[in-house]
Design a protein around this ligand. Structure first.
Ligand code: ATP
Ligand code: MG
Length: 287
């Protein structure tokens, strides 16, 4: 049988949908029956294993899966000898310290001797040690926000994305100790050149998809005298494509612009007299 790469994906939760979306944007086709726990892509040598995110790092270490997608927090908490192959950027969250409103917090030192409830004792321990704070941990696997209210912890250390859950439970976020995004992880050595080759093909596609989503394609008309300024402003892959328009003194410009700079560029183009600005998403892109 020809070699296949096994990827572990969270079965159900905050990572599932976006993990599958990125694979699907790579043009890889697979079924969508939620009850299936193992399936093969139909047009790429990839097999999906669906499981709880906590189990993914150990499955990869043991060779049951070759690669997987987890929150960086999960990988760092478990501390297994795995490597980050790509930072996928989604499922952004932070690990924060939160305290009840009457807790006098003025920095990590305020946690000296406190009981802190968390599902991430290893990450927390590392940060507290760096700051020479000694505290005791109450390890819980869920509903961390409840623990101060029921008297088993003085503070918590939990994942936050908007902070709404903390506020609803009468807690105040006082310090971010760690930030996380979804990462694709694997073993330092794949153990098979055929698997390595498949992984390389997959990563090439993932890079193209990620690159594309971080850029926009932009087209607009511009008075010809501003071409040099615009070229310096937006750059493009090499330089912008400039074509003359029938109306004298005007050109049409096409280029790509990074999402992070987009509004800046847009405002400056308006100031330089750009008209008819069209912006479209890019599906795939390489440099
Ligand atoms: P599983 O049943 O697979 O063990 P889980 O309950 O451990 O699921 P989820 O709540 O689905 O996990 O979160 C998965 C990952 O999503 C987290 O490890 C984290 O990286 C990320 N994440 C993003 N935002 C948040 C948030 N607000 N709270 C918790 N996790 C978040
Ligand atoms: Mg989990």
């Amino acid at each position: 049988m020809s070699e296949i790469l096994r990827i572990a994906i969270q079965k159900k939760g905050r990572l599932s949908e976006k993990s599958l979306a990125i694979i699907s944007q790579c043009g890889i086709k697979f079924g969508s029956d939620e009850r299936v726990l193992k399936e093969r892509a139909t047009n790429f040598p990839l097999e999906f294993l669906y499981m709880r995110d906590d189990d993914i790092p150990a499955y990869i270490r043991d060779g049951v899966a070759d690669i997987g997608i987890v929150g960086r927090n999960e990988m760092d908490e478990q501390g297994l000898p795995l490597v980050v192959l790509r930072d996928l950027g989604f499922s952004k969250c932070r690990l924060s310290i939160a305290v009840p409103h009457d807790f006098p917090y003025s920095g990590l030192k305020s946690l000296e001797g406190a009981r802190i409830a968390t599902s991430y004792p290893n990450i927390l321990k590392g940060i507290l040690e760096e700051n020479t704070v000694s505290a005791s941990f109450v390890e819980v696997s869920g509903s961390v926000e409840l623990t101060p209210a029921v008297g088993i912890a003085d503070a918590i250390c939990d994942l936050v994305s908007t902070g709404a859950t903390l506020a609803m439970n009468g807690l105040r976020e006082v310090e971010t100790i760690y930030t996380s995004t979804a990462v694709m992880i694997g073993r330092p050595e794949m153990g098979s050149t055929a698997k390595e080759a498949i992984l390389e093909r997959l990563l090439l596609r993932i890079d193209a998809v990620m690159k594309a989503t971080s850029y926009k394609y932009i087209m607009f008309n511009l008075p010809v005298e501003h071409v040099q300024q615009v070229s310096a402003l937006i750059g493009g892959l090499k330089s912008p494509t400039v074509t003359p328009l029938l109306s004298e003194g005007w050109v049409s410009v096409q280029s790509v612009v990074g999402e992070d700079r987009f509004w800046d560029v847009f405002e400056q183009l308006k100031e330089l007299g750009a008209q008819g600005i069209l912006v479209t998403p890019i599906e795939k892109m390489t440099e």
